[in-house]
Design a protein around this ligand. Structure first.
Ligand code: FAD
Length: 214
């Protein structure tokens, strides 16, 4: 039997409590030293994200039949809260990883699930979500990144994204791009992009105080 971390966790299943206690131990033993590096001195926390994945923490909401824990949203929120109490930037980066896996689990094709989910859950692949652009943030429908069908199959993406958590060293990004400008927001689609492709260029953004880990 696992003891609750606080009164909000009363009534949780043993599995959910075990997850929270595992996350809390990971935060204390592994994330806290990173947080001690201080504002502006943290490197991107890719190594720690991979470690957390190997402990099973990236699959919180992923269905059991797809390799995850099948727990509800509330548990992702609690895990994020526990991590953020030690280091907000790490929590932010790690939840981005979880959410890439979840989006592929929920909306990806069978081929995409088979190709990317095991790696994301095991920490062999780290991902982020690329929605924002230098000139489109809140007004998401204004994104200018274009996706055009390529002769012979597939798509070619052309554009610039900004602020993408985990893009500093991750392998994948869920990139939102406009397929039909005349349709406005209805023309926007999401593509899984391998950031290791030679056509992808990563440029360091402005350093953010206390957010280096993301
Ligand atoms: C730490 C951090 C991490 C991020 N990570 C990611 C990521 O992983 N992936 C990603 O895609 N993006 C990410 N973002 C980008 C984030 O989603 C955008 O910053 C956000 O959408 C706002 O866009 P903007 O910065 O261009 O501001 P703008 O859209 O230019 O907004 C500037 C200000 O105007 C206000 N404003 C805008 N429109 C209106 C309106 N219609 N009415 C009233 N007020 C308005 C906004 O509230 C804001 O205060 C991240 C941002 C930060 C700061």
């Amino acid at each position: 039997m696992n003891a609750a971390l606080d009164e909000r966790d009363a009534g949780l299943s043993d599995e959910a409590l075990a997850l929270l206690r595992g996350v809390a131990a990971f935060a204390r033993d592994e994330v806290a030293p990173l947080a001690a590096a201080g504002c502006g001195a943290q490197p991107w926390a890719g190594g720690l994200i991979r470690q957390a994945c190997r402990l099973g923490h990236a699959g919180i909401e992923i269905p059991v039949e797809q390799g995850g824990l099948g727990l509800p949203y509330r548990m992702r929120a609690r895990a994020a809260e526990v991590l953020a109490a030690t280091d907000f930037a790490f929590a932010f980066a790690f939840i981005n990883q979880h959410n890439v896996a979840l989006r592929i689990a929920e909306h990806g094709s069978d081929a995409a699930r088979k190709r990317y989910l095991p790696g994301l859950l095991a920490g062999d692949l780290i991902g982020g979500t690329a929605m924002s652009e230098p000139r489109a943030g809140s007004d998401f429908a204004a994104i200018a990144t274009r996706a055009r069908r390529r002769d012979g199959g597939g798509w070619i993406l052309d554009g610039e994204k900004a602020w993408v958590a985990n893009a500093a060293g991750g392998e994948l990004a869920l990139v939102f791009a406009q397929t039909e400008p005349a349709r406005g927001s209805a023309g926007i689609a999401c593509f899984i992009v391998d950031l290791r492709a030679p056509q992808c260029e990563r440029v360091a953004g402005e350093p953010l105080e206390g957010l280096g880990a993301a």
